[in-house]
Design a protein around this ligand. Structure first.
Ligand SMILES: [Zn+2]
Ligand SMILES: [Zn+2]
Length: 274
């Protein structure tokens, strides 16, 4: 069993209305032992729609003031571990900014995520116009690789195949076989840097595919390459979505051969048997 959810958002993220306190109550009701808030910060996000404002900026000062209160809340301490992290959206132009942001406050955990590739967002149809689906997917993975070659201050890479959540590519076009050499290098670097990946259940609820991100084929290849560090994340933006798919995720991981799930406190890893 898994009792930790290491990826969730609150109203510190521009795309969530959830109070942190309501998220914590939901996590308690679902029997979780450890959760981590990972609110969005995509510095200079390049793909805002005209009416969005700077939706994915994070007020880090206020966020961390709140984190101190939560860490010191005695009522919570013997019930649940609440950690404060961040989902840091990266792309090549913002490496220096991301470095400053990651080091700016004492976060427990940093998920590095690619929400764009080549300055375009695969969530939007414009990403997939005038590009072959396989090339569009490859472009996204190649940018992850480039990010990994240039950036170290994170703990796990988020939803590795986020780009496919919103594509109409066929199963064959999405298959890891088309991208295996890129993934081999991605995993070699992650493992060398002692970083991990996550199994993210948002794709079970949203998008076209109704599967985990990354899909189990990719997680299996990570394991074959020697990867051991994996976290579970619901990517909940609402209290009811916390821990979504957690038991299915546990089964997927056990079938692949994982025996432990990871979580982070003060950027240090610990493993719990599943
Ligand atoms: Zn994300
Ligand atoms: Zn997220």
């Amino acid at each position: 069993m898994i009792f930790s959810d290491q990826h969730m958002h609150s109203n510190f993220s521009g795309d969530s209305k959830a109070e942190m306190s309501d998220m914590i109550v939901s996590a308690l009701n679902k029997g979780l032992k450890t959760i981590c808030f990972t609110d969005h910060y995509d510095p200079l996000f390049p793909c805002y729609l005209p009416d969005e404002g700077r939706l994915f900026d994070l007020d880090t000062k206020r966020y961390n003031e709140n984190a101190v209160k939560i860490r010191n809340d005695e009522k919570l301490q013997d019930k649940i571990n609440v950690r404060i992290g961040m989902e840091l959206g990266i792309y090549p132009k913002v490496y220096e900014m991301c470095k400053e942001i990651a080091g700016g406050y004492p976060y427990d955990f940093i998920i590095l995520s690619s929400h764009t590739a080549g300055g375009l967002d695969p969530y939007l149809p414009s990403y997939w116009e005038n590009i072959d689906p396989v090339d569009g997917i490859r472009k996204y993975y190649e940018e992850i690789l480039q990010n990994l070659q240039n950036f170290d201050d994170f703990d796990i890479y988020g939803h590795l195949d986020y780009c496919v959540r919103y594509t109409n590519a066929t199963m064959e076009q999405r298959s890891i076989n088309n991208y295996k050499e890129i993934f081999r290098e991605i995993f070699r670097i992650l493992i060398n840097k002692n970083k991990g990946i996550e199994i993210n259940s948002c794709g079970l609820r949203r998008g076209n595919l109704k599967e985990f991100n990354p899909n189990p084929e990719i997680i299996k290849f990570y394991k074959e390459c020697g990867g051991e560090i994996i976290t579970f994340g619901s990517d909940a933006h609402k209290p009811e979505d916390i821990a979504y798919g957690i038991n299915e995720a546990c089964e997927v991981l056990k079938n692949i051969g994982f025996e432990y799930i990871a979580d982070f406190k003060e950027r240090k890893i610990s493993f719990t048997k599943i």
